[in-house]
Design a protein around this ligand. Structure first.
Ligand SMILES: [Fe+2]
Ligand SMILES: [Fe+2]
Length: 289
């Protein structure tokens, strides 16, 4: 049902092991850099969780197209986990205890959520999380890009991840509706829970990282005050997401109603011509940036 084929892209080189990537790679800003770093530590376990929750239903899928899309969805999410792991090695070198963070994520997602909740509920969580990531992709790279003044290698990683999130944005949703036959209430409840859980998780991890960086309580308070405004204020990252985000609450919603990301064709064209994800990421900068 996708508007574009889902293309798993493997062995991409983002040069994430380069020594000259600044610690605060996002506009030199501690909060913005660490917030995105926090998301990166959530992704590997998160994507393993998404794969597991969709895999629960794989044998019940009869539509060959959806079956193929599920396979490509799993391959894409698997690659995202691998690349974010490479990225997280940078964080390890900076003194962030990534293994501890991942142990916590794993425990929450696999030992608690997946053990205690039935598969249709965890699949609803996955579809909701996919709505969040696709919406974020639209907001980060549509129109005036939020990632104009950041390190090009890290922009490239997030750009690639965002484009593939858009390519496969309807897969978990289609399994949820067509195979698991989950209804409206469960679907939207999952979005509320996942939104709260993800935001709390990302903010607590950001706080931990800023502490590791040696910022004292009052410094962190200042960084958080400015950072929360950047995230949730009008025109902020999540502020700009609100319209697309809320569409999930429409009873007849389907992810492809949001259409394709306009910058997707630009990214795909440069990537296909050059095979270079960094050049493709650079092509997404806003005009004149
Ligand atoms: Fe992903
Ligand atoms: Fe995804």
């Amino acid at each position: 049902m996708s508007h574009h084929p889902i293309v798993p892209r493997e062995k991409l080189d983002f040069q994430l092991d380069s020594d000259d990537i600044p610690q605060y790679w996002f506009e030199g800003d501690a909060f913005k850099s660490r917030y995105f770093d926090a998301m990166s530590t959530i992704f590997p376990e998160g994507e393993r969780y998404f794969i597991s929750c969709v895999r629960d239903y794989r044998d019940q899928i009869t539509d060959p197209q959806l079956k193929a899309e599920v396979k490509d969805f799993m391959r894409q999410e698997g690659q995202h986990g691998i690349v974010h792991n490479q990225y997280n090695d940078r964080l390890r070198k900076q003194g962030i205890d990534v293994d501890m963070l991942e142990r916590i994520q794993h425990h929450l997602l696999f030992n608690i959520v997946r053990k205690r909740l039935p598969p249709h509920v965890t699949l609803a969580d996955t579809a909701a999380a996919e709505h969040l990531t696709a919406t974020m992709a639209h907001v980060l790279f549509e129109g005036h890009s939020q990632l104009d003044h950041v390190d090009p290698r890290i922009r490239a990683m997030y750009a690639w991840h965002a484009m593939e999130e858009v390519e496969h944005k309807a897969v978990a949703f289609d399994v949820l509706q067509k195979v698991a036959k989950v209804g409206y209430t469960r679907r939207v409840m999952a979005l509320v829970i996942v939104t709260l859980g993800f935001n709390l998780n990302a903010l607590l991890t950001t706080r931990y990282m800023l502490k590791c960086d040696g910022h004292g309580f009052f410094k962190r308070l200042g960084l958080f005050a400015k950072g929360l405004w950047w995230l949730y204020g009008p025109g902020g990252v999540y502020g700009r997401m609100t319209g697309l985000y809320l569409q999930y609450f429409k009873p007849g919603f389907h992810p492809w109603q949001q259409g394709q990301l306009k910058s997707y064709d630009v990214w795909l064209d440069v990537f296909n011509r050059t095979g270079d994800p960094i050049a493709a990421g650079n092509a997404l900068r806003s005009q004149g940036a």
